[in-house]
Design a protein. Structure first.
Length: 78
């Protein structure tokens, strides 16, 4: 799982063919929202109980956050 992606990284995953099926429109909508001014978008699996709370109140979260290229990441993969 990828905890955080910038718009550039998301676009690269799409262009390289790693994203497909039902995730493609979700990710494209997230990118569009960021480009229209939304600061951050989170993709969560709603089938997981309390997924929103787990995303907000845990260090790494359980979903994927899409953010602007220039924004600072909350979680560092280093």
């Amino acid at each position: 799982m990828i905890s955080e992606l910038t718009v550039s990284e998301a676009n690269k995953l799409i262009s390289d063919g790693y994203i497909g099926g039902g995730m493609l429109p979700k990710l494209n909508n997230c990118i569009n929202a960021i480009e229209k001014g939304v600061s951050r978008v989170h993709i969560l699996d709603g089938r997981i109980a309390h997924c929103l709370l787990l995303e907000i109140f845990t260090n790494k979260g359980i979903g994927t956050a899409i953010l602007k290229d220039e924004d600072q990441r909350f979680y560092s993969e280093v």
